[in-house]
Design a protein around this ligand. Structure first.
Ligand code: LLP
Length: 423
């Protein structure tokens, strides 16, 4: 029956006559002006989270851009003093197109091609996080044969820790495609090889144990496991990746970025680690800053079974429920604080039954076709994992702040769907 928990809404959320405003902009008006679906981000909240991260970690604060990236976001992050982690040549291209200085960018990836590495070296990349033996060879060839400057690198280490999260986004356990195993000695061997090379400068170790982590004990274990090697090498940096979880539904609670920082620093101090701490949060910066607005197109009541509420987006703008069984809340911005006695399944418009956005969504009883329906906490891994499945154009991204909005990514139009067809 309960109304939506307000803490799941962006910081600037205000309810005026029942209607929800974010960044001083009325959501129903935004839906009219920009159409639906649309991602609406509270720009001040994005900036605040960046500032909180910089206050907590100083120059080691790096944004994991896979969570949400476009030029405006890349600029915002750098303006607020963070570095950017990119995991592919595509993410690197967007960061560079936003005029992010190469030196503020960190390149990740478990299978970086020579072309991607060459692009990064040409841009004067700040750090490369080495993930495989092949990559060491590729960097050596590029530096020796093509005369690039010697890059600063970190080595990605698998600490052998199972983070408390969905299996698909755990990355610190032994059975993983990422990094070099500490346990097997692969990490120590790779360190030797990199330190012996004249083509790269090893400045630190890196470990990322997973994503959407609520219980921080995984980080404690990772630091304990890493400490002997970190202390033996005494390198300037230690990166503990990203992964801090966020609350998506009522009843969930997560530590803040500041609390996370406190724990990581304490663990490192207790383990006698002197390296400066680097982190790469993505979700914790962007997830809670956005809501997605949809319009309800059909309501099908199947007596004794369930009610299906279909909206004009779906798995193409938010594949997380299908991929990870992730839960979301739902509400109507026209009646933000209304009780939600109706239990319905909110589905998209794609041609499969798996296209579910919210399985047992709670909604006001007077829900109607034509209503704008919103899902909060959609700022991370929604737009960035969006697709054109069923040739559905991807939604725009609108930043709101101080009563003004700006479209930072436009809606795809039907002709965008033909852009790549040559015949
Ligand atoms: N650093 C590295 C090396 C990563 O692989 C990731 C995320 C991050 C940082 C940022 O992690 P975050 O703070 O956002 O948890 N698509 C999934 C999440 C995949 C995470 C991939 N790596 C989801 O929607 O839950």
């Amino acid at each position: 029956m309960t109304a939506l928990a307000r803490h799941l809404l962006p910081d600037s959320a205000r309810v005026v006559g029942g209607r929800l405003e974010i960044g001083g902009c009325d959501l129903l008006e935004l839906a009219e002006v920009h159409g639906t679906p649309v991602f609406v981000y509270d720009e001040q909240q994005l900036r605040e989270r960046c500032r909180e991260t910089v206050a907590a970690f100083g120059d080691g604060a790096t944004y994991g851009s896979k969570a949400f990236l476009c030029r405006a976001m890349a600029r915002l992050v750098v303006e607020e003093g963070m570095r950017i982690d990119v995991a592919t040549g595509g993410e690197l291209h967007v960061a560079l197109a936003a005029d992010v200085p190469g030196e503020r960018i960190v390149l990740h990836g478990n299978n970086k091609s020579e072309a991607e590495l060459g692009m990064a070296l040409a841009a004067g990349i700040g750090r490369i996080v080495i993930d495989s033996d092949e990559e060491i060879g590729r960097i050596e060839r590029l530096v020796e044969d093509e005369g690039f400057d010697v890059p600063r690198v970190l080595l990605r280490v698998t600490p052998g820790v199972e983070a408390h999260t969905h299996e698909y986004v755990m990355t610190g356990q032994e059975d993983t495609k990422f990094g070099f195993s500490l346990e097997s000695g692969a990490a120590a061997a790779a360190v030797k090889r990199v330190q012996a090379s004249r083509s790269m400068d090893l400045v630190g170790l890196h470990a990322h144990i997973g994503s959407n982590i609520f219980l921080l004990s995984g980080y404690e274990k990772a630091v304990d496991r890493l400490a002997p090697l970190v202390n033996e090498l005494d390198l300037p940096e230690l990166c503990l990746g990203g992964g801090l979880g966020v609350a998506y539904v009522d009843g969930e609670e997560t530590p803040s970025i500041t609390e996370w920082a406190g724990l990581l620093k304490r663990c490192c101090a207790e383990a006698g680690i002197r390296s400066s701490l680097v982190v790469e949060p993505g979700r914790a910066i962007v997830a809670a800053a956005a809501v997605t607005l949809y319009r309800v197109g059909t309501i099908k009541e199947l007596p004794g079974i369930r009610t299906y509420v279909a909206v004009d987006g779906g798995m193409s703008d938010n594949p997380r429920p299908v991929l990870y069984g992730s839960g979301y809340e739902t509400f109507l911005p026209r009646a933000t604080d209304a009780e939600r006695p109706l239990v319905a399944t909110v589905v998209g418009k794609h041609c499969e039954s798996g296209d579910v956005l919210v399985r047992d969504a709670r909604l006001p009883a007077d829900l109607e076709v034509g209503d704008v329906l919103a899902t909060p906490v959609t700022g991370a891994y929604g737009h960035s994992m969006a697709s054109n499945y069923n040739k559905v154009p991807r939604p725009p991204v609108v930043f709101v702040s101080g009563g003004e909005y700006r479209v930072v990514v436009r809606r795809e139009v039907l002709d965008d769907l033909l852009w790549l067809d040559l015949d």
